[in-house]
Ligand binder design. Structure first.
Ligand SMILES: Cc1ncc(COP(=O)(O)O)c(C=O)c1O
Length: 394
């Protein structure tokens, strides 16, 4: 009998029990060390137990952990100031997770739609998402995730969601109608298998949304906070969305999420329209400040851009070396998908046996999400391990 008999069965069997983490390494109960390129699914931006993060969280825990949003939290205001510097003029609303950030975006879309039609609720609340998207497991998130494996068993979904084809501007043009309040997509689809929204497509989509009076909302929960070598993945396109959802890497392991809203849409949220007990509490903010401190102090965006170049070259070599298994390499910076033709589960298990942790995604995609502190040697080591695993299977 499993010693986890009192846990819900919503996760499948796990390969080992985690014990501790240090930098890019995760250790199991037997003190076996793994090169952790899963990063808690794009969460541990600074790796495990980064000394700056640990100190910040310890000190904050000793001072004030939580006090609710009924009182001003100066570190939350300072965190908003810092995020606005990356995103642009606007306002930040804090929450606890990626799904919650998306809920806040969906509510923003509804407020926008209601305002557009003169507050007649229910007339203009449509949200156009992308096929193959993943936006979380809440009812809003599921409705925005047009995948049977996510929605199955939970219908009816929230009303008003439709979907179009990523990188196909005509498809979005057709999907947007008079009832549409927002377009909502990931700058790089993560769970769906690492499919980036092309820069040209994002620029056309920006123009289309402006022309039709529709919000452009980007989910940066997985691809944001430096993962691509830019603070936000969409930056490469030069586009400025109307709203952004973020979470995961923001707290470096402590749960915190946020949305950024550009002015004037930030005004749509007024006292009473949304709230959360924990969102942006002092401890969460201390964790997030320390993530930003290290990203800025150690110039990690530049680091990711610099070292990922050679890593991508090495990864692309796997396509040439193992053409019968590896189809292509997708992604940007430290968010990479190795599209396989077959053997996904076998490769994931084999590299784990060889002490490398990766995450499966979408259909036959092996995802590599190193912490932003990973060195070029560690990146190369991941390729050597993949090579060994692929050699055995080919
Ligand atoms: C793009 C994206 N949005 C939303 C979510 C949901 O985030 P959370 O699991 O923190 O609720 C995820 C999680 O993987 C994600 O990748």
């Amino acid at each position: 009998m499993s010693h986890y008999q009192n846990l819900a069965k919503n996760y499948g069997p796990t390969p080992f029990d985690a014990k501790r983490g240090e930098g890019v390494y995760l250790y199991d109960q037997e003190e076996r060390r793994y090169l952790d390129f899963s990063s808690g699914i794009a969460v541990n931006a600074l790796g495990h137990s980064h000394p700056t993060w640990v100190k910040a969280v310890q000190e904050q825990a000793a001072e004030l952990v939580h006090c609710s949003n009924l009182f001003g939290i100066p570190s939350q205001q300072r965190l908003a100031d810092r995020l606005v510097k990356y995103a642009g003029p606007g306002r930040i609303l804090f929450c606890n997770s990626g799904a919650e950030s998306n809920e806040a975006l969906i509510k923003l879309a509804r407020l926008h739609g209601a305002k557009r039609v003169g507050r007649k609720e229910g007339v203009c609340f449509g949200i156009v998402c992308a096929e193959n998207a993943f936006h979380g497991r809440t009812f809003g998130g599921m409705a925005a995730t047009p995948q049977e494996k996510i929605q199955g068993g939970f219908r009816p979904m929230l009303d008003g969601f439709s979907h179009a084809v990523l990188n196909d501007i005509k498809s979005f043009d057709t999907a947007i109608d008079n009832s549409t309040a927002a377009v909502f997509l990931e700058s790089i689809q993560g769970e769906g298998g690492v499919f980036p929204a092309d820069s040209g497509f994002l620029r056309e989509l920006r123009a289309l949304c402006t022309e039709r009076g529709v919000l452009l909302m980007l989910d940066e929960v997985q691809c944001g906070i430096g993962r691509t070598g830019h603070f936000f993945a969409f930056e490469k396109s030069g586009v400025l969305p109307d709203a952004i959802g973020m979470a995961k890497g923001l707290g470096g392991g402590f749960p915190i999420g946020a949305i950024w809203m550009s002015e004037p849409y930030a005004e749509l949220y007024q006292p009473g329209s949304h709230g959360t007990t924990f969102g942006g509490n002092p401890l969460a903010c201390a964790a997030a400040h320390s993530v930003l401190d290290v990203i800025e102090r150690e110039d990690l965006l530049k680091h990711v851009r610099a070292v990922s170049k050679n890593w991508h070259i090495e990864l692309n070599q796997l396509v040439n070396d193992f053409p019968e298994i590896v189809a292509e390499v997708r992604g940007q910076g430290f968010m990479v998908g190795l599209a396989l033709k077959c053997h996904l589960n076998e490769v994931v298990a084999s590299v784990r046996e060889k002490s490398l942790l990766v995450v499966p995604a979408g259909h036959q995609t092996l995802r590599l999400l190193p912490p932003l502190i990973a060195t070029s040697e560690q990146l190369s080591e991941s390729v050597q391990i993949l090579k060994a695993a692929l050699s055995e299977l080919s």
